[in-house]
Write a protein that binds this ligand. Structure first.
Ligand code: HEC
Ligand code: HEC
Length: 377
């Protein structure tokens, strides 16, 4: 978002926190006409082919705007049995990722590999993706909006002639930009977690949470990538906006079994067709992480305890049974399958942290303070 809007956003946010949660509901309704249109589009499940799936199906507000199914590692498209190859990330707080850039170190962008420059470009994808909303053309999407309950609102924002076939390209762009505008609002970017209250001096961590925060920033080395302190009054979104290979193992579960046995997700290296970047994925923000499992780009890790155990012991535990991979019953406690790709793998900050079981639990407790909707006692 631009600076002026951001300042307005922060000022309003402050007011919200002071006035409390009833005011928050009122604030949340203060959408501009374009944001409201974006909201209608985001929640509309009639814009797929056939009808039945919308952005909300894989990015649900009750689940931190990620996939509601906490077990399925990747989402199913509107056509039964069609799966993508990646776990649905949170669409909340995604607005804070800067545009993808190669200058001065690769950073930003949308998707696990940064391949969409920004939210507007991102929103153009799912409608036409055969493993998602499966429309065959932009015109098909616009024709569906033309018969929706908010068709008049669409014309108001995108132009009276938006439904003319000759204007399809412009209308499609306007649709995506409206969704992006909605994704920039306080409905997705609430900043109402316990962490936010504590930061504003309006609450206190338990001793376990405080220990977890100290470890997150200290011996756990998490904050090296999930940035937890930023200056200049900017909000904390727990990412350096960069790409790293943390050595995530292959996922052996269904529906990965539908993929060719030699399937490897190259991440950033695949997007850039540059083997020097193989295995790198975007550092996700971890706000609302309690609600957005399973974890990592392929959903191979199921619990936050396992996440921390992975960072702590990736290079320490023996390998799992190669025949079972991530389905080994000892996965995530007593063994890890090898990393899917070892190129560019980080071993300075990840893999052998020497944390005790209680210290792992404390880091989990700290991450549980990042869930929005905290009610101060
Ligand atoms: C079938 C499930 C599904 C549907 C429907 C879907 N998404 Fe996604 N979304 C995903 C997956 C999976 C990814 C990650 C894909 C990747 O990285 O290649 C993703 C990524 C994203 C991201 C990137 C977040 C980040 O941090 O990089 C945003 C934003 C997003 N989706 C918004 C939307 C919007 C807006 C719509 C509707 C137009 C939508 N999604 C429809 C599954 C879905
Ligand atoms: C070297 C950088 C780096 C360090 C250090 C690091 N992370 Fe991550 N983290 C990442 C990246 C990159 C991903 C996404 C990796 C992937 O899916 O391949 C990630 C993913 C995650 C996820 C899953 C996010 C999701 O939406 O699925 C959690 C939770 C997480 N990290 C927590 C932690 C904690 C806790 C620590 C410290 C114990 C930590 N991270 C240390 C870079 C890092």
């Amino acid at each position: 978002m631009n600076k002026k809007r951001f300042v307005a956003f922060v000022v309003l946010l402050g007011a919200v926190l002071v006035l409390g949660f009833t005011a928050q509901a009122a604030f949340a309704q203060q959408l501009t006409a374009r944001e409201q249109l974006g909201k209608n589009l985001f929640f509309d499940t009639d814009l797929s082919e056939p009808a039945g799936q919308g952005c909300v199906s894989c990015h649900h507000p009750d689940f931190g705007f990620a996939e509601p199914d906490q077990f399925l590692p990747v989402s199913e498209g509107v056509i039964t049995g069609r799966f993508g190859t990646r776990n649905s990330p949170s669409a909340a707080y995604a607005v804070f990722f800067p545009e993808f850039t190669l200058k001065g170190g690769i950073q930003g962008g949308q998707f696990w590999d940064g391949r969409a420059a920004n939210l507007t470009e991102q929103a153009k994808g799912p409608f036409l993706n055969p493993v998602e909303m499966n429309n065959t053309s932009k015109a098909q999407v616009i024709a569906k909006i033309a018969v929706s309950a908010y068709a008049a609102q669409f014309q108001q924002i995108c132009g009276p002639d938006a439904f003319a076939l000759a204007n399809t390209e412009a209308a499609y762009h306007c649709m995506a930009a409206s969704i992006a505008a909605f994704e920039g609002t306080s409905e997705l970017n609430k900043f109402t977690s316990k962490f936010d209250f504590v930061q504003r001096g309006m609450g206190a961590f338990t001793s376990q949470e405080a220990l977890g925060q100290a470890l997150f920033e200290g011996r756990g080395k998490c904050a090296h990538c999930h940035t937890s302190k930023v200056g200049g009054g900017l909000p904390v979104v727990f990412t350096d906006f960069k790409f790293h290979n943390i050595g995530v193992p292959k996922n052996s579960e269904f529906p990965f079994t539908l993929l060719p046995a030699n399937f490897v997700d190259l991440g950033l290296g695949g997007f850039l067709s540059d083997p020097r970047q193989n295995g790198r994925f975007k550092t996700t923000h971890i706000r609302n992480i309690e609600l957005t499992g399973p974890f990592m780009h392929n959903g191979v890790i199921k619990t936050l305890k396992q996440v921390v155990h992975f960072y702590n012991t990736r290079d320490v535990l023996p390998p799992c049974d190669p025949a079972l991979g991530s389905l080994d019953p000892n996965f995530g406690t007593l063994c890890w399958p090898p990393p899917e790709l070892t190129q560019n793998m980080d071993s300075s900050f990840v893999g052998n942290l020497g944390l005790t079981d209680a210290e792992e639990n404390a880091i989990v407790a700290f991450m549980l303070t990042l869930t929005d909707g905290y009610m101060s006692p």
